[in-house]
Design a binder for this molecule. Structure first.
Ligand code: SF4
Length: 475
């Protein structure tokens, strides 16, 4: 009996995809609009999409234009106890309702306004619920702060790896030493310093890192994307994510004709900077009007896509990946992952041949083994994420709540995008998961009003700060 139980446990542990993950993916697939259930769709085939926190530390000490947070966000005190309670509740809910594994963003507000201890505790909570956390910051942090997040009171590394997204662009106001940048190039030393902190941390503590670079795009800085990519792609970031500005959040901070920019305009500038075609149609995450993602790697200074969407053999390899490897937890401990992949290979030996042919084709594309050996190889992902305007999301969501599909084509499009959303936020108190566009465009204002009552700022600070810009320690 004991042996049978042990064998069953081994079978479960080495099962390529656990039942809960499979169930969550199937449910998410059924929720997707028909139009996005394409062969390239990753949601429902390899995961359920990304997640983020909300209302956990809404305040920020920068004053960006635009800012996605509602006008009251900066009137809410950062309170570690509240943060940890909320993170626990939201992550627990996501685990129960979206499955045991996902990538999740620890996002506010500015994450470094949390004490290092609270920040680290929030990351631990997220991990305990199977979430791979990424901390979102404006990047104006000190090395000492980072080290305190990474190490416990005894100097022991708390995490094997940490992930941060650093936001750097000319729409931001308040960075120490560069309060009002006038060009993206002026920010390069700050981008560089941010990356160097993590490299130093790795050397001193053994904590490895994954860094994403975030940038809001407006008509003013769109023409500088290419230079940012050329200047910064070898600094240490593994992802560059561009967010065309939207009319969402604090309307006092809206400045400019954001809608002049199309997705193609931004993507073309990204391609100009990378110097390669950025393939985004091979793998789609949610709706193409929201997201474009190009997965690949640099060999030396040349970027290559992992898949060529014009090669049917690569598309066949992608389909096989979804069919046989979709949902596999690739961040699992290596021996476990090897056993799981081994089981897949044993029951589908033709996969090995397909994988071998894909490796051979990719090697050929990059210029052969010699090129590979002579150059540094670095994984690099490029992303564009286009939030929608609050004025569109509000009516679309109101109708969705009543189960009505709008007969206005523009609102119906928003409804489709919301249904295919790849960026979810949890509301355990109402038993709901909502798209981040709904959170920021519809729910944040009320939520922050309530939080302002619950967590008021100390009175002294209220007297000395402008209404929605807190500048005390910066600048
Ligand atoms: S948050 Fe909004 S823009 Fe982003 S994927 Fe969801 S619906 Fe689309």
């Amino acid at each position: 009996m004991k042996v049978r139980g042990l064998l069953q446990r081994i079978e479960e542990l080495t099962r390529p995809v656990d039942d809960a993950t499979r169930r969550s993916m199937e449910e998410r697939w059924l929720e997707l609009p028909e139009a996005v259930r394409t062969p390239s769709q990753a949601i429902g085939r390899h995961g359920v999409g990304c997640e983020g926190t909300h209302g956990v530390f809404p305040r920020c000490n920068f004053a960006c234009t635009p800012c996605y947070h509602s006008a009251d966000a900066n009137q809410v005190r950062v309170d570690g106890e509240h943060t940890l309670q909320e993170v626990e509740a939201q992550m627990n809910f996501l685990e129960q309702h979206r499955g045991p594994r996902a990538h999740a963003q620890l996002i506010g507000g500015e994450v470094s306004l949390l004490s290092p201890e609270d920040h680290a505790s929030a990351l631990s909570i997220m991990r305990s619920h199977g979430r791979e956390p990424m901390s979102f910051t404006h990047g104006d942090i000190d090395y000492d702060y980072l080290k305190k997040v990474a190490l416990d009171a005894h100097g022991k590394a708390r995490f094997k790896r940490i992930s941060f997204a650093g936001h750097f662009d000319t729409t931001m106001r308040g960075r120490r030493g560069l309060r009002t940048p006038t060009s993206e190039a002026e920010l390069n030393p700050y981008r560089q310093r941010f990356c160097e902190y993590f490299e130093r941390l790795k050397k001193e503590t053994g904590t490895s890192y994954y860094l994403a670079h975030n940038m809001t795009i407006t008509p003013e800085n769109v023409g500088q994307i290419a230079d940012v990519l050329r200047d910064c792609s070898s600094m240490g970031f593994s992802m560059f994510s561009f967010q065309p500005a939207a009319y969402i959040g604090n309307d006092k901070r809206w400045k400019g004709a954001y809608r002049e920019l199309s997705a193609d305009d931004v993507w073309a500038e990204m391609e100009r900077g990378v110097g390669s075609r950025l393939v985004y149609k091979a793998i789609q995450v949610g709706d193409e009007r929201c997201n474009r993602t190009a997965w690949g790697f640099y060999v030396g200074s040349t970027w290559h896509s992992i898949l060529d969407d014009r090669d049917p053999r690569d598309m066949e390899a992608r389909d096989a990946f979804y069919r046989y490897l979709g949902g596999v937890h690739f961040n699992a401990p290596l021996p476990l992952l090897a056993l799981r992949l081994g089981r897949i290979a044993l029951s589908n030996p033709k996969l090995l041949l397909m994988a071998f042919r894909w490796v051979f084709r990719t090697l050929h594309r990059v210029g052969g083994v010699r090129t590979l050996l002579k150059n540094k190889v670095r994984p690099m992902t490029f992303v564009m994420h286009r939030f929608m305007d609050a004025a569109q999301v509000n009516p679309a969501w109101e109708l969705m709540e009543q189960g009505i599909v709008s007969d206005d084509p523009a609102i119906a499009e928003v409804q489709e995008r919301l249904k295919a959303c790849s960026y979810a936020m949890a509301h355990p108190e109402t038993g709901r998961v909502v798209p981040a566009c709904v959170q920021h465009g519809v729910l944040d204002p009320q939520e922050n009003l309530a939080l302002k009552e619950l967590l008021p700022l100390p009175r002294r600070r209220e007297r000395t700060s402008p209404p929605d810009i807190v500048t005390t320690a910066r600048g």
